[in-house]
Design a protein around this ligand. Structure first.
Ligand SMILES: NC(=O)c1ccc[n+]([C@@H]2O[C@H](COP(=O)([O-])OP(=O)(O)OC[C@H]3O[C@@H](n4cnc5c(N)ncnc54)[C@H](O)[C@@H]3O)[C@@H](O)[C@H]2O)c1
Length: 341
């Protein structure tokens, strides 16, 4: 088993990666905690033992469950269970569960400890790490949330064996992004090692810029770079009428980002080919869904959280590696999108 430390000074925490890691859960919980509120979904099917008085709180499936009303139900349940500030919330599931459980923990009693047991590949390489929590509004995804770092994270690779194949593949889409963030030979690594390398990579970015403020302050190389491939991915998800899992959307987003960078003269054909090779090696599609409305996507991308100065903003590859690129001309974005149709 690998123990990776996410360094945040006094708030540093361990991420345990490996088969059977869930059995170490009790050791990651705050010492004085007497009660644990386990948040999960019926479909997850992963049982945990917190070694404390434990109550299970089920939430619904999918993006619809990532709502303020779910958070209200959870907080009311915690209050009824008499969970105190000294106790702990444990999120057991994929990104939907850890985003919601993390946000409920951030706001209940103005903050109680949370530990995540990530049970999807996407959760293990990304969603459960780094303290971004939140829920959706009808107006958009993840519009309400908080930075609330967990006290520990468990990535038990054993539990991935029950994951539906499409969810596994979606995790590979998120994993693919790390190939462009400095993780070498990712596709050749055994699963545990690949998960651990992605966690280490994410941990480095989060430690350096925990609240994703570096880019706003004019810095380079901040946490925002973890959003590589995500501007188009979020637009595809926000528009909503395409049948795409998050990681599938990220895979298309990575290819789009490479095409856009080529149009802007930042990379050549070879680098675009490298993006294609990584995405294809995971068996993921790199084309836009049939019948996509390009204008609608451009409109949504203009409202992306990164676009603080107005105009279209993307994380793009280039001679100095990944960078935030602002004021990208709409015509180039449209042209790069058409290349993917
Ligand atoms: N906070 C972050 O930094 C961050 C990063 C990336 C993505 N996210 C969020 O994560 C969410 C997507 O997460 P996801 O891809 O994990 O999907 P998900 O949480 O919806 O899980 C996918 C499905 O797999 C089931 N499942 C989970 N574990 C299982 C297991 N071991 N065996 C069988 N079934 C299992 C779930 O019940 C669900 O039906 C999105 O809402 C996205 O916004 C957050």
């Amino acid at each position: 088993m690998k123990r990776i430390s996410l360094e945040l000074g006094e708030r540093s925490y361990p991420v345990l990666v490996g088969p059977g890691a869930r059995h170490e859960l009790a050791s990651l919980l705050p010492r004085g905690s007497k009660k644990s509120a386990v948040v999960t979904q019926a479909g997850v099917g992963v049982e945990v033992d917190t070694g404390r008085e434990q109550r299970v709180f089920m939430i619904g499936e999918g993006e619809e469950a990532k709502s303020l009303s779910t958070v209200e139900q959870l907080c009311r349940g915690f209050a009824e269970f008499r969970l105190t500030r000294a106790d702990v919330v444990v999120g057991v599931g994929g990104g939907v569960v850890t985003d919601v459980a993390g946000f409920a923990a951030a706001v209940y009693h103005r903050g109680v400890a949370v530990v995540h047991v990530a049970t999807t590949l996407l959760g293990q390489v990304d969603a459960a790490i780094g303290g971004k929590t939140g829920v959706n509004l009808p107006e958009g995804k993840n519009l309400v949330g908080a930075f609330w770092q967990p006290a520990g994270v468990i990535c038990d690779t054993e539990v991935l064996s029950t994951l539906p194949p499409r969810e596994y593949k979606s995790g590979l889409g998120e994993m693919a992004k790390y190939a462009f963030l400095g993780v070498a030979d990712l596709a050749e690594l055994p699963l545990e090692e690949a998960v651990a390398r992605c966690v280490e990579c994410k941990a480095r970015f989060v430690s350096a810029d925990p609240h994703e403020l570096s880019d706003l302050a004019g810095g380079k190389g901040g946490r925002v770079l973890l959003n590589y491939g995500h501007t188009l991915a979020h637009a595809l998800e926000t528009v909503g009428h395409y049948d795409l899992r998050h990681g599938e959307a990220v895979a298309v987003g990575l290819i789009f980002a490479a095409h856009l960078a080529r149009r802007l003269g930042r990379v050549g054909d070879e680098r675009v080919g490298e993006h294609q090779a990584v995405v294809s090696s995971y068996g993921l599609a790199s084309r836009l869904p049939a019948g996509v409305n390009v204008g609608e996507l451009v409109d949504v991308m203009g409202r992306d959280k990164k676009a603080t100065g107005g105009g279209l903003t993307f994380v793009l590859d280039g001679p100095r590696g990944l960078e935030v690129v602002r004021s990208v001309p709409v015509d180039d974005v449209m042209a790069a999108l058409s290349e993917l149709q």
